[in-house]
Design a protein around this ligand. Structure first.
Ligand SMILES: *Cc1c(COP(=O)(O)O)cnc(C)c1O
Length: 367
């Protein structure tokens, strides 16, 4: 006899992390290319000295710092072990077995997994032609059983972001009893002022919940800390579902210190955004047809040759995140690494053109 495991567990897709290799540049996990900010690192190290103690269960100082930054009362905040952890809290708080969770696809890997752990049925709605949400289809997918609709802006892995007016129109179509989760993991990298900022619409929509993370713009992916911003009844429910003492003292202190160093964080984000714009323009000049990214990565629609492209990148010394048969997501990194990627991408697309050109020249010569 062996212990019986829920059947859903064997049916779940595994979360595929971006590859890592000590000799290769990692452009596969949308991490921040900068090393930890000096003051943040020192504070984290100091906090590690209390590792024999449990951290502050209520993340009091961090919650206060988030409250100050966003000008919301602390009752609107629920901190968790990365926004993935907060998403688990959301499902535990809201979903009963058999309820439906609508999510976009292709999108964040965790969306089809986490709701099903709470015995929800997931309803995947394909992206629109621009690589962003098909918000009309998502609103249309809501049934009497729907408890949550997840919207990702900017979307991982396409980088496409939603416009404010479109998101507000979508909110108007979703019943107020359905929780809308707006995952804004990359919101700090948004440059286009027409793109929705959840904070601008939160107050007027009691069924809206914003997901934010310290993993990307703040560069704390390894510490696992994120948070939800929601109206007090929702936020209180989420806090009840948090893993007790899940967010370590190291993570809490590093996050607080990062919020106190907003100008330095903004400078670093600015560097990444400028690099994204440069990389995107260079790719367009090379002849790539790519969606407009507002995040810290770009999406190459390599289609059936995706695995081949990923291998080519690996041989050139860097790792990308391939989605077989669809495309590759490439994280914006340091300029020299981005240049290496651009050279490979240019050879790839140019190579095909050249081959065609050479063949036609040869054919003409032979004729
Ligand atoms: C990276 C990412 C997150 C953040 O995950 P953490 O658990 O906070 O590290 C959330 N949503 C999306 C869409 C992401 O790409």
């Amino acid at each position: 006899m062996v212990p019986r495991i829920r059947t859903i567990i064997s049916e779940l897709p595994a979360y595929v992390p971006g590859k890592d290799h000590p000799d290769l540049v990692k452009m596969s996990s949308n991490e921040n290319p900068f090393e930890p900010l000096p003051g943040v690192l020192e504070r984290a190290v100091a906090a590690a000295k209390s590792m024999h103690r449990y951290p502050d269960l209520f993340a009091t100082e961090l919650t206060a710092a988030i409250s100050a930054k966003f000008a919301v009362p602390t009752g609107w905040i629920s901190v968790g072990t990365g926004s993935s952890g907060v998403l688990q809290q959301i499902m535990q708080a809201v979903v009963e077995p058999g309820d439906e969770v609508v999510h976009p696809w292709r999108s964040f890997e965790a969306y089809p997994i986490i709701p099903r752990l709470s015995s929800a049925t997931v309803v995947a709605v394909p992206l629109g032609p621009d690589g962003g949400m098909d918000l009309a289809a998502m609103a249309g997918a809501v049934t009497k059983r729907t408890k949550v609709v997840v919207v990702c802006s900017p979307n991982n892995p396409t980088g496409t972001a939603e416009r404010s007016e479109d998101f507000v129109a979508f909110l108007a179509r979703v019943p107020e009893s359905v929780l809308v989760v707006l995952d804004e993991a990359y919101v700090e990298f948004v440059h286009d002022s027409r793109v929705v900022d959840g904070m601008g619409v939160l107050a007027s929509h009691p069924n809206l919940c914003l997901l934010r993370t310290f993993s990307k713009a703040y560069g704390l992916a390894g510490l696992r800390v994120g948070f939800a911003l929601a109206h007090p009844p929702v936020a209180a429910a989420l806090r009840k579902c948090a893993v007790p003492f899940g967010v370590s003292a190291v993570a809490q202190h590093a996050a607080v210190e990062s919020l106190h160093r907003e100008p330095e964080i903004r400078d670093r984000v600015g560097v990444v955004v400028r690099e994204r714009q440069r990389v995107r323009q260079a790719l367009l000049d090379q002849g790539w047809d790519i969606p407009d990214s507002e995040a810290n990565f770009v999406w190459l629609p390599t289609g059936e040759r995706t695995d081949e492209f990923a291998v080519t990148c690996q041989r050139a010394g860097f790792l990308v995140r391939p989605f077989s048969g669809e495309g590759c997501r490439v994280t914006i990194s340091a300029p020299s690494h981005n240049n290496r990627f651009l050279a490979t991408a240019g050879e790839w697309i140019g190579g095909r053109c050249h081959r065609r050109l050479h063949t036609s020249l040869r054919q003409r010569r032979n004729a």
